[in-house]
Write a new protein. Sequence first.
Length: 210
Amino acid sequence: MTKQYNIAVFASGSGTNFQAVADAVNAGRLDVRIGLLVCDRPKAQVVERARQLGVPAFVFSPKDYPNRESYEREILARLQALDIDLAVMAGYMRLISNVLVEPLYGRLINVHPSLLPAFPGLNAVQQALDHGVKVTGVTVHYVDGGMDTGPIIAQQALAIAPNDTVAALAERIHTIEHTLLTRVIGQIAAGSVHLQGNRTIIQSKEGIKP
């Protein structure tokens, strides 16, 4: 019997991306298993979402640990014990160290609300509006040791309206995040995404798309 592709989702807040992935799994559109939620905020809404969906969760408070590396070692041990194939950072609001990056490189992805390399880090939607750009979007990328600097897997652009607010633009970006992240997880699970240096190649029935 073939092992089902097993993912862990990292999230810190409301968990709308977590919910979108779970909905795709439950609808049969995404052939993976969500084996674990990792959350650094015990009162976050995503924890309740996981409970309702029956997804196991590792919920912790960073202040209970002496340093970042100590709780990351515990996270890594849990991922390894569950035989997690892919770790998905979907609104996880903490920088991670080499404790996670090195053993998971090529199996750790992040969704970011801008067209990287533009506007990395926090408040990417606000950054885009402050700079007056006409187009922003969403990026899904592999995680390396930098600030949103890993190899890009997929991007989708979104035009900014003249009267856009942070809230209005963020809502449209979240909608794109849900579909783009789900699609990329499916492509990786299917073995269609290949990492070559700092580039990715997506191989599909339609051919190879850089």
